[in-house]
Design a protein around this ligand. Sequence first.
Ligand code: KG4
Ligand code: ZN
Length: 332
Amino acid sequence: MIVLGIESSCDETAAAVVADGREVRSSVVASQTAVHHPYGGVVPELASRAHIEAIGPVVEQAMADAGLSPEAIDGVAVTRGPGLVGCLLVGFCFAKAWAYGRGLPWVGVDHLEGHLHAVMLAADAPPFPFVALLASGGHTGVYYMEGPRRYTLLGQTRDDAAGEAYDKVAKMLGLGYPGGAVIDDLAGRGDAERIVFTRPYLDKTQFDFSFSGLKTAVHRYIQTHPDTYRTDQADIAAGFQAAVVDVLVHKLLHAAAVHNCPRVVLAGGVAANGGLRARLTAEAAAAGIAAHIPPLAFCGDNAAMIAAAGYHHLQAGCRGALTDDVYSRNTR
Ligand code: KG4
Ligand code: ZN
């Protein structure tokens, strides 16, 4: 089954063609970073307008890159939520019309479920069950994945998402938006032991997260070191990243141990983090657990992951209705 995936929940307009939920035939992502960079964050109205301009060409490009005509598509999967409503509506309405006009089945897909399926696009896609850590700009949680369409949330952040903490720390240091990759890069050049931040484990046996206290600790450090924080940027980034990575890796591996599960998976934009990928790979190997990490191209927002998740819903006979609407918040 060949699925056209469409994603427009935040600041990336994306389309992809994926066969059988695994084989990526094309994946196009038009980023709006340049549009939002001057504002230090995503401006919803500008994002919606940029999606409207990009959606048609992006879908056409994905079809052209796959070398397919629309007749070769068996179904359409599109992000329904959570995200910015104006942004979601652009992709959602476009997908409805694209499918309806061609008499094709289509289905709305949860954005988080999409991220959790990104690893299925990797050459070493894991078998079920597995425990997954989803860390993005809007969400951070641990999931037990029993099979396609069968997963349980074990715990999630009580305040900021991990990616959000990265973005806010980058902003405090004057490094612009989005901040994750910049902090990651800086951290690689810093000393993680010179400026140590308390690890926000909460209860070490549970799977909830909290990153707002860590963000505040970085803010306090900057305020109390006005003369040196600029020259110490790399050490601050390294100290902050070490605290985030310690907590994420501990909770993920602990969840795998509690559920007696031999496989763990990373997902979401923060899964692109070099420090996190390296630490998880090393610690999982030491614990005898297989770590599966999606290729970089499928960690951040993309439509191939939406097609991969939507494939299972379409196969199960789920169909969207023309009266379906998008949703802004996570309802699971
Ligand atoms: O999954 P994603 O593209 O969008 C959401 O669904 O939120 O995640 C975006 C988030 C941003 O907060 C960004 O700063 C973070 O992922 N991010 C990173 C890295 N690359 C992107 N965080 C840490 N290290 C990175 N290398
Ligand atoms: Zn995302």
